[in-house]
Unconditional design. Structure first.
Length: 103
């Protein structure tokens, strides 16, 4: 079953970004990930949590693919750099909704 990754991110230092985006998209593709959406212009329409600097939504073939990507040794250096330069919250879930259905 397809799985979705939702990333909320607030940057504190963007020195890691060029190297990250030069390499990580290739790794994501190896795990079957596809970018669904991403933006630096995020606004809140409900709730009291401040919006992040940026958000991204990715689709993977399965939760196992997400787990393998996150554990990939080649990703470790990029993950460490991202964690040092940004406060991130990443949520994942299996997509249990068929096309055209509402939750």
């Amino acid at each position: 079953m397809a799985a979705i990754m939702v990333v909320y991110m607030n940057l504190s230092d963007d020195a890691w970004i060029d190297a990250y985006f030069a390499e990580v998209p290739k790794l994501l593709a190896e795990y079957g990930a596809e970018s669904i959406a991403g933006s630096r212009d995020v606004r809140r329409i409900e709730g009291d949590r401040p919006p992040p600097d940026r958000m991204a939504v990715l689709s993977f073939p399965s939760m196992e693919a997400i787990d393998r990507f996150m554990a990939d040794e080649r990703y470790r250096i990029h993950r460490t750099a991202r964690e040092a330069g940004a406060a991130s919250q990443i949520f994942v879930f299996e997509n249990g909704v068929a096309a055209g259905e509402l939750v």
